[in-house]
Structures are given as C-alpha cells and as structure tokens.
Design a protein around this ligand. Structure first.
Ligand code: GLA
Length: 384
C-alpha cells in the first residue's frame, strides 16, 4: 500500500480516455488521535492526515460534461451534465460524491468546466479512515483546477462537508475534510471546530502511529451517527445553546438530575472529550507519553460507556493493544464508531510488540481478522 502509483494512474487515464492527463490531485484520508464526535458540537479534534489517499488524474474538454471513471469501482464510468440539476445515482453511489461537490460548488458560484477524470485511491473504505472526505476534497481540487478557479483549503473542506451533508445524507462535522485539506507531514492538527482555527503539533520523531482495522465492517453508521448528533443538539438546547461548545462541564454536571439520562451521558462524553483533546495536544507537543496514554484510554471508555459507539470486539482490540504496550502505548477506537479501526500511538521500539500481540490474540479471541495499517502523518491535499 502506501502511495498511489502516479505512473500507473497516468497509464490508466490514457487507456480510458485515449490521451494524457493534464494534471493529478491527491487528498489523504485521516486518523483521529483523539476528539471523537466533538466536531459537530463546536469542539476540539486532533487528527492527522495519513499516507493513504484518493488521487484524481484529469484533463479539460471543450464541452460541459464531466466523464468520470472510478477505478476502485470496477472502472465504472458516469457522465455528469454540468447544466442539469444534480440527481442522485443509485447505480453508481460513489458518483454521488461528485454530484454533491458539483452542486455545492455551483451554489457558491464557482465556474465549472467539462473534463475527463479518473479516480483511484488506497484509503481503506468503510474503515473509518475518511475515504469519503478524501474523495470529496480531491474532487473539489480537481473540479476547481479544471475551470481555473482558486479555492483555499478551508473552503475546499467546507464544500466537501456540504456535499456530504446535503447530497449524500450524512450529517458529518468538518474534521475529516479539514484535515484532508490541511494536514502536515509528521504532525497532528489541533482544530477548534467552532472557528476552524488550527494548531499544528509535530509528533515526536521516535513515536509511531499504528492503525488496526478490527475486521468489523461498520454497520448502521449513518443512522446511528445522525442520531448521536440529534441527541447532542437536544442536550445543548436544554441549556439554551445551539451547540454543546456553549455549555461548560460544570453546568452539565450541576444539571444531572434535570436532564434525561441519555442526553446527559452524550453531553458528558463530548464535554470531557474536549478537555481530553486539549490535554492530549499539550502532551503531544512536549512528548509527554504517559499523559497521552491516559487520556486516550479515558477517551475510549467515554466512547464505550457514555456515547455507546464502540462494540465488544473493538473494546477487546483496544485492551490487547493497551496490555501489549504495558503502559507505553496509547490506544483507542478512532472515527465515527460501530466497527472500523483502532489507533495506537507508541514509541517505535514498542510497535513490534503491539503487532505481535494483535497477531497472536485478536483473531483467536474474537474470530475477526485484523488488518494492520502502519500510518505516517502526511501532508494534506496537493496537486502534482
Ligand atoms: C466521522 C465524521 C466526522 C466526525 C467523526 C467522529 O468521521 O465524518 O465529522 O464527527 O465521525 O469524531
């Protein structure tokens, strides 16, 4: 895995369209180190872009059609007429991301132009590593470059998020698109999702990120996800706020017997997670591994007990990593939840013992097949 092969992409493009690609854009997936389900509450997140990306090779045409081929979906091809209203396509669901991005760019008055596009990526799909966001951000970059429009990374992220919210139907927050657009090599990004300000925090050189896919396909993600969002908003409204960022942990704790127990637990996860994320960012910036390990563990417990988005198998995988690290590795589930991946952060010398423990115990204990995904914090979207 690792980098998408550019030469191969150019070759595939030539095979499909009979001429050379003019350009290639690339946007990465992400792993979130901590700060889960906080983004749509105006809170804090600490993700890193990873060395798995969606690439789009493209060239302009002189008409008003986009001809798009998705290499990862059996080289299925769609044609999108830029002058017709965008309609969802049940036969090519992947293309709805393109349709959504076109619609959102047009809403914002970006000029668009026809082109040939070939999409290919190696972000594991359905793993909680933001293959969708990387596709959206790559599409925004490719479509704006095709028509010669400039768009800054934050706006590119906002367009991608709007496409997902309004066209695809998942009410996701801004984290995935923003880190895909703005990631920096060897760094995590602390994002304040209230004002979208960011602080880049370099990851100590001798630490590594290990992602482990639980082998559990994420189920019910969208319905459960949207439901969590509504529950958080309900809790915020109880305090007369639009989002939970406007509520303090003290206020929440003082209102425990007035708020329904479910809203209380959801809100407690979000507000304590915000604090843990800030603590983790500071710990990372000074290389304080024990603190990072502690807050990652607390984050997982809070996702398990208050937010109810983990599964027993994922909990077990986290336990295996924590035990194997013997106090020297942080581990927690990462991403939206209900399956998908676990992230571990540890000094490089500890990584082999984490890998060995997963290989020896996980499948034997759970019957699920793990997939080890070594990751490097990488730069955000760019054009070749
Ligand atoms: C998904 C969403 C993000 C974020 C995470 C949970 O990845 O797309 O916006 O809410 O879940 O932290």
């Amino acid at each position: 895995m690792g980098e998408v092969n550019q030469q191969r992409l150019r070759e595939l493009f030539r095979n499909h369209f009979g001429h050379d690609a003019a350009s290639i854009v690339q946007a990465p997936g992400r792993v979130n180190l901590i700060g889960e389900h906080t983004d749509y509450n105006g809170g804090f997140v600490l993700p890193a872009a990873i060395n798995y990306s969606t690439c789009i090779a493209f060239s302009p045409t002189n008409n008003r059609e986009l001809h798009i081929v998705a290499e990862n979906f059996n080289a299925q091809k769609v044609v999108i007429d830029l002058d017709k209203p965008m309609q969802p396509d049940a036969d090519a669901p992947w293309s709805n991301y393109a349709r959504g991005v076109v619609q959102e760019l047009q809403k914002r008055r970006y000029r668009l132009a026809g082109g040939h596009l070939l999409i290919s990526g190696n972000v594991p799909a359905g793993a909680g590593l933001s293959s969708s966001a990387s596709l959206e951000v790559a599409l925004v970059r490719a479509l704006t470059e095709l028509s010669g429009e400039a768009i800054d990374p934050t706006n590119a992220a906002l367009v991608g998020q709007a496409a997902e919210n309004n066209f695809v139907g998942c009410n996701c927050g801004i984290m995935d698109q923003l880190i895909s657009a703005l990631g920096q090599e060897s760094s995590a990004l602390l994002i304040d999702c209230e004002d979208l300000s960011t602080r880049s925090i370099s990851i100590p050189e001798d630490w590594e990120i290990l992602i482990v896919h639980s082998g559990v396909k994420r189920g019910l993600v969208e319905s459960e996800y949207n439901q969590r969002r509504v529950q958080c908003e309900t809790a915020a409204h109880f305090f007369g706020q639009k989002e939970l960022r406007g509520v303090s942990l003290e206020q929440l704790l003082a209102a425990e017997d007035k708020l329904d127990p479910l809203s209380f637990r959801r809100a407690r996860h979000v507000l304590t997670e915000n604090e843990r994320t800030l603590t983790a960012a500071n710990a990372l910036s000074v290389g304080d591994m024990p603190t990072l390990i502690r807050v990652m563990a607390e984050s997982h417990e809070s996702m398990r007990d208050d937010f109810n988005i983990t599964t027993p198998v994922i909990d077990h995988l986290v336990e295996i990593l924590q035990q194997a690290g013997a106090g020297e590795a942080g581990a927690r589930m990462t991403g939206g939840g209900f399956g998908g991946c676990v992230v571990a952060v540890a000094p490089s010398k500890i990584i082999p013992q984490l890998v060995a423990a997963v290989e020896q115990r996980y499948e034997a204990d759970t019957g699920c097949v793990p997939r080890l995904i070594p990751a490097k914090a990488s730069r955000g979207a760019f054009a070749h």
